[in-house]
Design a protein. Sequence first.
Length: 235
Amino acid sequence: MALLDDVIDASGGLARWNSLNRFTLHLSVSGTLFSSAGHAREFKDVTAEGSTRTQSIRFTGITGGEHSGCFQPDAITIESLDGAVLRTWPNPSLAFPDASSPALADELHLVFFCGVAIWNYLTIPFLLAHPDVVVEELAPWHEGTETWRRMRAQFPPHLITLAPEQTFYFDANALQRRTDHDLFGMKVTHHSWAHDSFSGIVVPTLRRVQTLQPDGNAIAKPVLMDVEIFDAVFE
């Protein structure tokens, strides 16, 4: 697909991406999804180390720097800084069982959600070239005075994502600027901007998640999630 080729080239190219195995991020994550669950500062100023090839991330410095949290599709763990496993959640799912409390109230759920979100943020758009991901170009979208190209993607069950179907928006430079999908019974949009190049890979360093109005525009408040990447290294 021409759009996918343009997008991948703008983000550093598939050859460069395929030469890499790991990433390390210094970032902060916040928003009402976190504060309403009692975790306003849980993911402030943390390090995320992950694989570009498999779905795996370790967050160091959560819980005020006291713990680490590890995400893999088959298990979530909370660990002490010396690696001792304190809690574990086998075979996790975004369909969290207790609807009476905030979705991210349990720290294991929080690590799972952030692991899925950050891993997908870092691997998109290259993940869209996966042979089991089905993509199609949609009609353009007018965002203010700009025209953004759009792509719908359907993800297979073996790839853990925030939603099995998502719509991605790309600006005139073929950089990702927005993503729409369902989340916790809401329709949400992720806006991304402030792109920077790290080790030859172009990454949006700022992201904001908000709920969507029926007309496709974002509702300003509340801000469900803010992500700021301070630095990134790919190797």
